[in-house]
Design a protein around this ligand. Structure first.
Ligand code: B12
Length: 219
């Protein structure tokens, strides 16, 4: 078992690798995390995605521009690829299904992909529509799949306005589907005002909330 110092060293290394846009280091340190038996999700949240918060500050401060953001997310994904198969979740396997996508006008998909990975890890069948998904696509997909949950992601205060439109258009065809929404500009109050059934602020909470939401709905 790795010592606390070693765990912190690796987490700090992952954090720095994302900020320094170093895919190779992110990949190598993620392999070390796995080999040394450190919790993969802990490494993702405290190393890889925590670094995106810092990246976002650098972007806001005008020190990083869009190309840097993309290179940072490449480093994040390089680590994620290694760590993903080693995530363990307490929630039991399920036969539930979810349709997930980032809403129209929004190309941010790092958070959506983390939520997707958590659903997959928890044993859900996941149908990923990708990013910048046009409003009518969700109802079309639901007509084909008949999913239990529809998970919508938005990272911009402008794009999140598509959420109530999606919820309304899907419910018109299928009143039974439960909506889970998330993304940095969302809050539980906003989610409720949009008519969503659930809200979660991060990817692990998303799974707990999805299950609780279905229980609340008697499903
Ligand atoms: C990386 C990034 C980019 C990358 C995206 C790469 C990619 N493939 O995703 C690139 C460079 C492409 C980009 C582009 C743009 N960006 Co940008 N970007 C970011 C940044 C720095 C980080 C986002 C991120 O990935 N965070 C890490 C992930 C892990 O966190 P997360 O997404 O919040 O997800 C977690 C939770 O929110 C939650 N969650 C997310 N989705 C869901 C869904 C469900 C169902 C649930 C339950 C939970 C959940 O769980 C996730 C995991 O824990 C943010 C800053 C920020 N603070 O968010 C700006 C930010 C979102 N971008 C912003 C802007 C303005 C833009 C651009 C318009 C910039 C431009 N001028 O070109 C374009 C947008 C183009 C478009 N049409 O979409 C603004 C948005 C402002 C606003 N509030 O409207 C931000 C806030 C930066 C800022 N401070 O100005 N961006």
């Amino acid at each position: 078992m790795a010592s606390d110092e070693r765990i912190q060293e690796l987490i700090q290394g992952l954090y720095d690798a994302v900020i320094k846009m170093d895919e190779d280091v992110a990949r190598d340190l993620s392999r070390a995390v796995v080999d040394e038996g450190i919790d993969a999700y802990y490494a993702i949240t405290n190393g890889l995605t925590a670094a995106m918060e810092k990246v976002s500050e650098l972007y806001t401060a005008g020190e990083y521009y869009v190309p840097e953001l993309l290179l940072c997310s490449d480093a994040l994904y390089a680590g994620l690829e290694v760590l993903k198969p080693h995530i363990t979740l307490e929630e039991a396997a399920t036969n539930r299904s979810v349709i997930i996508g980032t809403v129209e006008g929004d190309i941010h998909d790092i958070g959506k992909n983390l939520v997707k990975i958590m659903f997959e890890t928890a044993g859900w069948a996941v149908h990923d529509l990708g990013r910048d998904v046009l409003v009518p696509r969700f109802a079309e997909e639901q007509a084909k799949i008949g999913a239990d949950v529809m998970a919508l992601s938005a990272l911009m205060s402008t794009s999140m306005l598509a959420m109530p439109k999606i919820i309304e258009s899907v419910r018109r065809e299928d009143p039974d589907v439960a909506f889970l929404v998330g993304g940095a500009p969302l809050t539980r109050d906003i989610a409720e005002s949009y008519g969503a059934n659930g809200y979660a602020s991060d990817a692990v909470e998303a799974i707990t909330e999805a299950n609780e939401m279905l229980t609340r709905l008697g499903k």
